[in-house]
Design a protein around this ligand. Structure first.
Ligand SMILES: Cc1cc2nc3c(=O)[nH]c(=O)nc-3n(C[C@H](O)[C@H](O)[C@H](O)COP(=O)(O)O)c2cc1C
Length: 246
């Protein structure tokens, strides 16, 4: 092949590669989660429909020791939105699956806890109540609309405005029969212990995400149950408001 033709071919290849690289660099990079949020905004989520959550991140920047050291109950929040990834992470920490088990221990692996997410301010997620489905790592919509104000009224005591002001509230309920069916009376204490394990996971995960939370045990059971549209056999155990810290 003549030298001139070879040089021409090389120049042509270099030009094509250069154009391809420039095109790739100039095309705005859209993160995967943004695509998911756009898809979600386009499709209105109705009661009974489900949303797939992003896979949890298993490598945070905070050590367990640091999270334990810094953990405190936080009742004042900045009012900013949480991202769907942060919500996914909190739910996974609370009750998510870990291959053969879950993030929190459970007597007899009977998993009596149910977990609801009351949404106030989350990017790409309508206000309302969603139930966390741990096995599928999905959210199922249970109630449409703003429930936080009513939930804060259901929480009794000095000042539980943090329930209203948080970006989200996690509500743990329990189906006692799942555990008492095997362990009898002693099963009640097991269920309460499990709520403690799950709640501590949320405290530590919130700390790692630089979010604030607090456990709330003072509320009207009937009102909370009705607001999250829980099943008849469920009893609410904890509300955990979560928000960005001030
Ligand atoms: C079972 C239980 C119930 C609680 N209920 C409430 C509550 O209803 N409202 C609230 O603001 N804090 C509540 N707390 C949080 C405590 O007030 C808090 O853990 C305590 O003041 C110690 O502070 P710290 O968590 O920052 O270490 C509760 C804590 C526990 C363990």
């Amino acid at each position: 092949m003549p030298t001139k033709t070879v040089t021409g071919a090389v120049i042509a290849i270099v030009l094509v590669v250069a154009i391809a690289i420039t095109f790739t660099l100039l095309t705005p990079h859209k993160p995967k989660h943004a695509e998911r949020i756009e898809e979600r905004e386009m499709q209105k989520i109705e009661v009974g429909e489900r949303i797939k959550l992003s896979a949890p991140d298993y490598r945070g920047n905070t050590s367990v020791e640091e999270a334990l050291l810094k953990r405190r109950s936080v009742r004042f929040y900045s009012g900013e939105d949480l991202s769907i990834e942060e919500v996914s992470q909190l739910l996974w920490a609370a009750q998510g699956t870990t291959g053969t088990g879950r993030t929190a221990p459970s007597a007899g692996a009977l998993y009596p806890l149910e977990l609801y997410l009351v949404v106030g301010d989350v990017e790409g997620l309508d206000k309302g109540v969603y139930q966390y489905r741990p096995v599928e790592h999905e959210l199922e919509k249970r109630v449409t609309g703003d429930v936080q104000m009513e939930l804060s009224k259901a929480a009794v005591g000095q000042n539980q405005a943090h329930v209203r002001d948080a970006a989200v509230d996690l509500v743990f309920t329990a189906v006692y029969e799942r555990t008492t069916g095997k362990y009898g009376e002693r099963g009640f204490r097991y269920v309460h212990m499990e709520a403690g394990h799950a709640a501590q996971n949320v405290y530590l995960q919130a700390e790692s995400l630089e979010l604030g939370t607090v456990v709330i045990g003072a509320f009207s059971d009937d009102k909370v149950k009705e607001l999250v549209n829980a099943e008849e056999q469920e009893e609410p155990l904890y509300i955990m408001p979560v928000g960005r810290t001030l």
